[in-house]
Design a protein around this ligand. Sequence first.
Ligand SMILES: *Cc1c(COP(=O)(O)O)cnc(C)c1O
Length: 399
Amino acid sequence: MTFNFAPMPDDKGYFGEYGGQIIPPELKAIMDDINDAYEKVKTTPEFLQELAELNADYTGRPSPIYHAKRLSDKIGGAQIFLKREDLNHTGAHKINHCLGEALLAKYMGKTRVLAETGAGQHGVALATACALVGIECEIHMGVIDIEKEHPNVTKMKILGCKLVPVTRGTQTLKDAVDSAFEEYLKDPVNSLYAIGSVVGPHPFPKMVRDFQSIVGREAREQFLAKHGKLPDIITACVGGGSNAIGLFTAFLNDDGVKIVGVEPAGKGLNTNQHAATLTLGSKGAIHGFECYTLQDDKGNPLPVYSIASGLDYPGVGPQHCYLKDIKRVEYETADDEECLDAFMTLSRLEGIIPALESAHAVAYAMKQAATMSKDQTILINLSGRGDKDADFVANKLGL
Ligand SMILES: *Cc1c(COP(=O)(O)O)cnc(C)c1O
């Protein structure tokens, strides 16, 4: 089968039947404004050059691709490669879209940027980008996540952002989104809502994807230059789906490349403590867009869980839903135990402590590599580093 992707989404923000704008009419005008501004800056040389310079000199792009030889040898199958987004300034891929969003806010003349955060990675990346650009920043975060992700909370305070603890509902990511969005609606003219993944109403899934797609463009070029061929498999963890779509986009038309997204199976797919939205969800709507969701029979989001705070979201980016349906991307899962095992294995064999989120993709790659031959290759998007998770894991494993 040959895939040839037309530019997506369509002008209503749909990827097949997913995405769009499930929002009140007054909000639609605001989203359309953001879309118009984005479409304009996308072809503005000053904007593109400012972003390119920041990517290079501030974030440290391009991030390298590293051959994890000891890990590959230990498994005895396919060669495993890591796209080192963990080496970016702030330690994860999120800086890629935060710089884009903060710059867009500046070009639109906004005075404040607002957002939610789960693991605190988006909050830190956005607070960083706002400090750099010189715009006020307000971050909403569930109190459970605040407890768990203390170092990121401290960093956000140092970076000068206003941190709003969210005590309602699940006290995690889902309710942080609701809380931040309500605040945004009080003054959408002077604020920009900077969504932390490829989710939310159009144009956010498109915009965040475009800002993240630098990951795959670099990776494809780097891999080809070094190996004269593309990887057999590329893989990334999927929460909202931004690091995954960032890697996948450049490879979608490469028929020979198998693409795999990895969702968190938490304590097991047969428990209600997971966040495997594409694997077990059904079509619904959440936070202003249509996608697979984990929902009850009334369409309300179910509580979700992952050992990695950045993955516990009951919806998922609309483009992933489309790519699943047309079978261009396969979605697999890794549970908490496999994630912890991958976390420790990568740390001890390669001296690379991955984020718990990224460790889900490493876990899948370890399983899959074992079934492949030594001349085959798997490229993992190592979306972030694990400093933020080190104490949590050490306590959990009694180290
Ligand atoms: C936030 C985060 C994720 C999950 O977000 P996506 O939008 O699914 O990429 C994955 N890895 C790290 C390191 C994160 O901080």
